[in-house]
Design a protein around this ligand. Structure first.
Ligand code: KIV
Ligand code: ZN
Length: 571
């Protein structure tokens, strides 16, 4: 009987987690929601917040050089809106903003964004930082959540609105000289902890900010609605957004932006459902780096669009470079299962998956309609700089499909099914005994040892072929049989026939060729032929052998010798 007792898991028992400590999130009443029927058919406006102060809660914030590397990458990837820092909160950020402005490092079609709390001294300093820039998003925020009003600020709703509108007014006033000097300034307002705020209050405060700013259809305010801490399933976030948009006066004066976090692991899903609910802009980071569990992972979200046939409006085809720069700057390794980028995400170890991938690839290559239709691979790894070859890796879970794939794709060798059925258990056993993955070279060496350079009594030393009258061939050869060197001779319709009859006659072995194929292994001066032959003996046991040589006849003779040695080994 098991020592584990189910009773021990019951609520209230010593083993139960203290779940009673937590209250369920109360969803808003929105029975006639329409967002579930929407589909996402275009990319949102993306805004990277990778460069925020502290660079999104890194143990070691980026050095100025790393910040520059990350900034250059973001520009290369096609981001048109980049939050370049919180200049009033950090000297490094301030200096970085000045540097990219003064050194002309901001392309004309890129808008830099600067984060700032709703406080006069910070607003002044932030404006100082962005002076001389062409396009600026001034990102103003204050927390509006019920809990924070109660336990952090001790302020009423009216006082919080006052704080936000006064700050908006200050930005509007202080920014005027910059605008007069030609800077185009957009206001972004974030009711921080929006999802933990009463929805009607969130609407009220955003509407008040829009009014003070004097938003117009030409000068919209970005309303950024953060899930500062992710507290619900993503559908509830979408409900909150649909509710917000239905109640916001003058929806036409706002760009709705989302800023999700990933505390429940659904930051991307929440942003996706949020787009369905009517948002048009997404803030996030590469690979979801950010406070605690991180932000919305823009790479995953963009690649999700790509995999649905939607232009992601970002250029993510060199995933290795993106990963390398991100790891170098954040010092956080990318997980091997990170969607679209991890080392294992396009890899199949399971035999049945490998088989299906092989067949899917053959289907795509044999002229389907050009659409990607390969089982187990949501996208073509080549689209993100990967290679189809890397999709299949072999361990003890892999079957003949994996072995066939590696031999075909790394070594150009296509083996008949029967031979694969012989080889794959040998490879599997090797993986079990060595524990773990077998690299292509190990699989090749196993193949060579088992099928090509087979240990046994027979060895070909040399041979001569002569054409004789009657369109026949004469073969004289020297073979080693155990310790003795033997000269053999025979005739046949072709060299193989002649060699086999010489062997059979002299060695007194019954040898019949029952299967034979030969093809070139690779092109050019390195070209080699591979001969795959099956022979049967007097007991009609069928046995394969493989020979490889730049000379086709030598390849064929070696394959016969290999088959004889294998037959001997089995007898
Ligand atoms: O998560 C959050 O609420 C933020 C705000 C500053 C937008 O990062
Ligand atoms: Zn955030």
């Amino acid at each position: 009987m098991s020592t584990y007792s189910v009773k021990n898991n019951a609520a209230g028992s010593p083993r139960a987690m203290p779940f009673k400590k937590y209250k369920p999130f109360q969803p808003i009443a929105l029975k006639d929601r329409t967002w579930p029927d929407q589909t996402i058919d275009q990319a949102p406006r993306w805004c990277s917040v990778d460069l925020r102060d502290g660079n999104q809660a890194l143990i070691e914030p980026m050095t100025p050089l790393e910040k520059q590397m990350m900034y250059d990458l973001l520009i290369d990837l096609g981001f048109k809106e980049i939050e370049v820092g919180f200049p009033a909160a950090s000297q490094t950020d301030f200096d970085f903003v000045r540097k990219i402005i003064e050194e002309g490092l901001i392309p004309d079609d890129v808008t830099i964004q600067v984060l700032c709390q709703a406080r006069e001294d910070l607003i002044t300093r932030t404006i100082e930082a962005v002076s001389g820039a062409k396009n600026v998003i001034f990102h103003l925020y204050n927390s509006t959540s019920t809990l924070q009003r109660k336990v952090v600020f001790g302020k009423s709703k009216a006082e919080i609105i006052e704080l936000a509108t006064q700050a908006t007014d200050l930005v509007k006033t202080f920014i005027q000289p910059l605008e007069a000097a030609g800077t185009n300034v957009i206001l972004e307002y974030s009711p921080e902890s929006y999802t933990a705020t009463e929805m009607d209050f969130a609407v009220e405060i955003c509407a008040a900010v829009m009014e003070v700013w004097g938003a117009t259809p030409e000068k919209k305010v970005i309303l950024n609605l953060p899930a500062t801490v992710e507290m619900t399933t993503p559908n509830i976030y979408a409900d909150q957004l649909e509710y917000f948009l239905r109640h916001l006066p003058r929806r036409d004066l706002a760009v709705i932006s989302l800023h999700t976090h990933n505390d429940r692991g659904t930051g991307v899903a929440a942003s996706e459902l949020g787009l369905m609910a009517g948002a048009e802009r997404i803030e996030g980071t590469l690979f979801g780096n950010g406070e605690r569990t991180g932000n919305c992972d823009i790479i995953t979200m963009a690649m999700n669009l790509f995999s649905q046939g939607v232009d992601p409006q970002l250029y993510l085809s060199d995933m290795q470079r993106i990963t390398a720069v991100s790891e170098a700057c954040t010092k956080i390794p990318i997980h091997v299962r990170q969607p679209y980028a991890g080392e294992l995400v396009f890899t199949a170890f399971s035999g049945s998956h490998q088989d299906a991938i092989r067949k899917g690839m053959a289907f795509v290559e044999s002229g389907s309609d050009g659409a990607w239709e390969v089982p187990y691979l949501p996208i073509d790894p080549a689209d993100v700089g990967g290679s189809y070859r890397e999709t299949v890796r072999v361990n003890s879970q892999s079957g003949k499909g994996g072995v066939a794939f590696i031999l075909e794709n790394y070594f150009d060798v296509q083996l008949p099914r029967e031979l694969l059925l012989e080889l794959s258990p040998i490879v599997q056993k090797k993986s079990e005994s060595e524990g773990g993955e077998l690299k292509p070279d190990t699989i090749w060496n196993t193949f060579v040892q088992e099928m090509v350079d087979v240990e046994g009594p027979y060895q070909l030393i040399d041979y001569q072929i002569k054409t004789i009258p009657g369109e026949r061939e004469h073969c004289s050869a020297r073979v080693r049989v155990s310790e003795s060197e033997i000269a053999i001779e025979g005739e046949g319709a072709g060299p193989i026939d002649a060699f086999v009859s010489a062997l059979a006659k002299t060695l007194n072995e019954s040898v019949n060729v029952v299967d034979y194929q030969e093809y070139a292994l690779n092109e050019g001066s390195e070209a080699k032929a591979i001969s795959i032959i099956a022979i049967s003996d007097a007991q009609s046991s069928k046995c394969f052998g493989v020979g490889i040589s730049p000379n086709t006849t030598t390849a064929a003779f070696r394959s016969i010798i290999a088959a004889l040695n294998r037959l001997w080994r089995e007898s």
